[in-house]
Design a protein around this ligand. Structure first.
Ligand code: XIL
Length: 480
């Protein structure tokens, strides 16, 4: 193992405590990022989503639009999960079956279901060698390059403000142990196709986190080393990348690697979030349960691991159904793997995720030498009952995303309400993980079903997107 690999020590990165503020007046861009240090205590959530939320994470599932009429399926989805990934409905062949003719019907159905039930959405996937429509498979060179950027622009614009994170590029590296890019029609348009896709996606939806997603990158190996080098290079050159997704499709021939956590950590150390994006583990009984537990614990030990998604709900829903790789059996009953996953999520003593990185275009002008006045964020839970709300504003010309961290004080909460006043002219266009009372002026945000009940000292995050200038001051917080 060389020195680069040895960085993956598995030790969580200390979370920054200070507010950083950057005003880019000339560019009309301001970024306020606040990160609050939080200690979580062991608690006992009763669903995957609520338990993950206790450490500020999400728990998601891949969802198929044609199963949204199956009441058993939807019952489990609504009860257990607070993030969804369309399993196929946002892929290129689904969204652009003929060139420049877009079909969002099934993707929209999943987004609507998610929004109506307080879940967020991971978009999957904008640029990929697989599941391309036939017309794109037949293109090459500049025609394919511009078809790709048009596709990214159109789809990311259609879903603008509704996507937590996009898998901008999926599976672009080779499995052969050579660390090379995968040969594909997209790769043959030029090595810069990946960064072009990321820049295009950022322009179309500046509020979405932009991820690179792949498989067989879950441990430290030639392929993950090559992805690591690309992410490092992107960060060094200001190519907008916010996260790396680890698909995590496991089976006896491809088990959970022992350096899984260390691998997540070394990517996080590059300054990106990491997410478990397509988890399934073939097997049964205790062995399968133990493997799920290992994966969850690895994510919870890495502060920038912001959540996990399983690739389907019941075994019978899986793309690998014969391997019974999921958390619910074909009848929708909880398996041993469900219980071990829930227990791991409830384990306590975990490291809460750090605040999302700014998602604005990198600065093009020097920031001012003095930061605007700031209030030190709380570093310990409020002493009494109550709660605190800390804002993190990501502002660009004409629009903003605000993330709000709600932190519960010394007494458990059954629910919370955050109040703030928007600057004049600001209009909220989309809110996730909370219900707003309005879209302008003074607005209160109430918890949704899965994130209201929080233990003492626990925290959760919600957010909203809008037009105009976003709020950067203080917010009130009350508990029920
Ligand atoms: C799979 C779906 O689950 C199947 O329904 C479909 O037939 C093929 O694609 N990596 C990915 C996912 O990024 O999009 C794939 O999903 C599984 C592997």
């Amino acid at each position: 193992m060389d020195k680069v690999l040895a960085r993956g020590s598995g030790t969580p990165t200390p979370r920054p405590r200070a507010r950083t503020a950057l005003t880019l007046a000339a560019a009309g861009v301001a970024v306020f990022a606040v990160t609050v240090a939080v200690a979580t205590s062991a608690s006992a959530g009763t669903t995957l989503g609520s338990s993950a939320a206790e450490s500020g994470r999400y728990f998601g599932a891949a969802v198929a639009a044609n199963k949204l009429s199956d009441s058993t399926y939807v019952g489990i989805l609504n009860r257990e999960f607070n993030m969804v990934t369309p399993e196929n409905e946002m892929k290129w062949d689904a969204t652009e079956p003929s060139q420049n003719q877009f079909n969002y019907t099934n993707g929209d159905r999943i987004v609507s279901h998610a929004q109506a039930n307080g879940m967020r959405v991971r978009g999957h996937a904008l640029a990929w060698h697989s599941q391309q429509p036939g017309w794109a498979q037949n293109l090459s060179g500049t025609a394919l390059r511009s078809a790709m950027t048009n596709h990214v622009t159109q789809v990311a614009t259609h879903y603008k403000g509704k996507i937590y994170a996009w898998d901008v590029v999926n599976e672009a590296f080779d499995d052969g142990g050579n660390g090379a890019r995968r040969d594909s029609n997209l790769q043959r348009t030029g090595n810069d196709w990946i960064e072009v896709a990321f820049r295009t996606a950022r322009t179309a939806d500046p509020g979405a986190k932009l991820c690179y997603n792949d498989y067989n990158t879950d441990g430290q190996n030639a392929k993950s080393n090559a992805v690591y080098a690309m992410v490092q290079d992107f960060k060094a050159r200001g190519v907008p990348i916010d996260c790396v997704g680890f698909q995590s499709h496991f089976n006896p021939n491809s088990p959970v690697p022992n350096d899984y956590q260390a691998n997540l950590q070394r990517f996080a150390n590059l300054g990106v979030d990491v997410q478990i994006t397509e988890l399934d583990i073939e097997g049964s009984g205790t062995a399968q349960a133990d493997n799920y537990s290992k994966v969850v614990k690895a994510c919870l030990a890495v502060s920038r691991c912001t959540g996990l998604t399983v690739w389907g709900i019941r075994d019978s829903d899986s793309w690998r159904a014969s391997g019974t790789p999921l958390l619910f059996d074909g009848n929708g009953n909880k398996k041993a793997a469900y219980t071990s996953t829930l227990n791991a999520l409830n384990g306590g003593g975990t490291t809460p995720p750090t605040t999302a990185p700014p998602t604005t275009t990198p600065p093009t002008t020097a920031p001012p030498t003095t930061a605007p006045p700031t209030t030190a964020p709380p570093t310990t839970p409020p002493a009494g009952g109550g709660c605190t709300a800390t804002l993190s504003l990501n502002q660009w010309q004409g629009g903003f995303v605000t993330y709000v961290t709600v932190k519960i004080g010394a007494s458990p909460a059954n629910g919370w309400t955050v109040g703030l006043t928007l600057p004049s002219g600001a209009v909220i266009t989309n809110t996730w993980s909370a219900t707003p009372s309005g879209t302008t002026g003074t607005v209160t945000f109430r918890n949704v079903d899965y994130n209201g009940q929080l233990g003492a000292g626990a925290s959760t995050e919600f957010g909203f997107q809008g037009n105009g200038v976003g709020p950067s001051g203080t917010a009130t917080c009350t508990v029920r």
